[in-house]
Each structure stands twice: as C-alpha cells, then as structure tokens.
Design a protein around this ligand. Structure first.
Ligand SMILES: Nc1ncnc2c1ncn2[C@@H]1O[C@H](COP(=O)(O)OP(=O)(O)O)[C@@H](O)[C@H]1O
Ligand SMILES: [Mg+2]
Length: 297
C-alpha cells in the first residue's frame, strides 16, 4: 500500500510512529508537508504539486495530521485526494467540523450526544442574560477554536465573566460559554477511535489546582476502561462528524459523561506512554482492513 502522511514534519512523535508502523507492515510511506503543496484546478484533472511533482496519484491512502493553524488549507488538500478516490483516515468535512467547538457541539446536540450546557452569542449588550442562561457563575469561557487547554477560562464570578466576555466580543474573537462541570474535578477522558472501535483510552488528570486536564498544561494520564455508554457516545461522535480516526474528549458529570470536543489529529505520545497500547499500529491495521470500504464509514 502507498501511504501519504500529511504532516508538517517527519520529526513529530505521532508522524514518526506512523512511519515506523507503516514500514513495519511492509507499506511504502511518504510524508508530505501539506503547507508546501499547491493545487491546480480548472484544467481537467486536478494536480497537487509538491516539490515540483504532481503527487495526486501517488497514494492509496492518506493520513491527515493537520495542525489547527493551517486546517483550512489542509482540509482542502484532503478534499482533493478524496475526490480522486483516495481513502482518508479523516474526511475533509470532519476536519472542518471538529476544528470549531460550537459546530461540533451543534452536531452532537442534534444527534442527542450528551454535551455540557453551552451558550454562544456575539451580542455585547446582554452578557448578563447569557450567563443566566447557564444558571450564573462560575462559568467556563472558551475560544471556539482553541487547543491544548489554551483559551479555556474559568470565571468564578458574574463580574469577572462579564468583563472577560466583553473583552473577547469586542476583539471579535469567537467564544462560547459553558456550564462549569465542577465534579469532573480537573479530569477528562481521551479516547482514540479507529473505524468504529475505541482502540485506546486514558483518563487525564490536571496539574494540581488546574481544572484543565490537558497534558500540554502539565496534566498526567492513566489507562481507563470506558463504560458501554461512554463507548457508544465516543463512536457516535466520530461517526457523525466524519472522522474514522480521531480523538474524543469526555468529562464525567453527575448526569453522565459529556462530550467536550473531538480532535481530528490526536497526538499519540501521551496515550501510548500511559496505556502501553500501540496506537499507531492499530491505525495502520485499521487502514489495511478498511481502505476498500471508505464509503461505508
Ligand atoms: N465545561 C467544563 N467544565 C469543567 N471542565 C472543563 C469544561 N470544559 C473543559 N474543561 C476542562 O478543560 C480541558 C480543556 O477543554 P477543551 O474544551 O477540551 O479545550 P482544548 O481544545 O483546549 O483541549 C478539558 O479537557 C477539561 O479538563
Ligand atoms: Mg481538549
């Protein structure tokens, strides 16, 4: 099989692991920096030019590893490969949907996937009312397109929530408000999905005193077993977004586990270390089994 990994560097842990496991399984593998690709359309068959060469026919499978700062261009490159009949572990539409937390939660809510109570608005004149819709402070204020725990703020009082929200709205920064799920206790669950299976899951525990459990913010992890209900939530989320391979984050609340976000390019370093599961190998195995049935995913 000819595999193209769309990634800005061969030296990123997850990219390295995918290269390693692809080779181990006897596949040809190439890393293409999607930020260095030019696409030509409007002249018959599209071309994806990389280092002076058209690569559109060079892959049987692509594994997009698209960073959030370049997701629009990345998703457009993935779209070209998809339209050329290439199997992708993340659909272009799924990458776009999951990039924005409001869009993700709108789709989840429509499909009855449990999520925290969330409000979005760009009206600076009724901030108090927005906070009241969530039952008052404390309240979480989140950038719609933040990652790694940056852009997630806990406002303890209505007064501080108001001034933070006011600032963001006036800066034209897209935010959302969310009920603070106190009982999640600075912990969340990260599950990795590959084609209808949860292949690894860990609990992340935030650094002392931090309500955010992100490993990038000093959190640590440990292996965790999901309940059947959690598994179902995770798999439905992946399916509804269009992400055969993804990372799904849940927080455990009094009314059950709630989905907070989905990541189309989950990192493997933490989860492989904490769970001792060979995530990269499981993804390559999933591709081997499923690349001819992409339409059904
Ligand atoms: N509504 C919430 N209540 C309590 N904790 C939350 C809530 N939303 C997020 N968190 C905590 O903050 C972390 C980061 O939030 P998340 O929405 O996943 O943003 P990011 O994309 O930056 O990871 C979560 O993993 C969780 O630990
Ligand atoms: Mg997260």
């Amino acid at each position: 099989m000819r595999i193209i990994i769309l990634s800005v560097s061969e030296n990123i842990y997850s990219t390295m692991r995918l290269i390693e496991e692809s080779k181990e399984h006897g596949h040809q593998v190439q890393v293409i920096n999607h930020t260095r690709c030019s696409v030509l359309i409007g002249q018959g068959k599209p071309k994806i030019i990389y280092e002076g060469k058209d690569i559109i026919d060079d892959a049987d499978v692509i594994i997009p590893r698209i960073g959030s700062s370049v997701f629009r261009h990345g998703a457009a490159i993935v779209k070209e490969f998809e339209m050329n009949g290439v199997f992708s572990t993340a659909h272009s539409l799924g990458i776009t949907r999951s990039q924005n937390k409001v869009r993700t939660l709108q789709i989840m809510n429509r499909k009855n996937v449990p999520i925290p109570k969330t409000v979005f608005s760009i009206n600076p004149d009724n901030i108090e009312e927005q906070i009241e819709l969530l039952g008052g402070a404390p309240v979480i204020i989140k950038l719609q397109e933040g990652t790694h725990g940056l852009g997630v703020i806990l406002a303890d009082s209505k007064k501080s929530a108001k001034s933070i929200i006011d600032t963001f709205i006036n800066m034209d920064t897209s935010i959302m408000l969310q009920e603070f799920v106190k009982e999640s206790n600075g912990e969340d669950i990260r599950a990795i999905v590959a084609g209808g299976n949860v292949i690894a899951s860990m609990k992340r525990i935030g650094a002392e005193g931090d309500f955010r459990s992100n490993i990038h913010r000093g959190g640590t992890g440990e292996s965790v077993t999901l309940t059947n209900k959690e598994k179902r939530t995770v798999l439905r989320a992946a399916r509804f977004l269009g992400l055969p391979v993804c990372g799904v984050d849940l927080i455990r609340s009094k009314r059950g586990s709630l989905l907070v976000e989905v990541n189309s390019t989950p990192g493997f370093q933490g989860i492989e270390a904490y769970t001792k599961i060979n995530v990269a190998q499981k993804i390559i195995k999933f591709i081997e089994k499923n690349r001819y049935v992409s339409k059904r995913l």
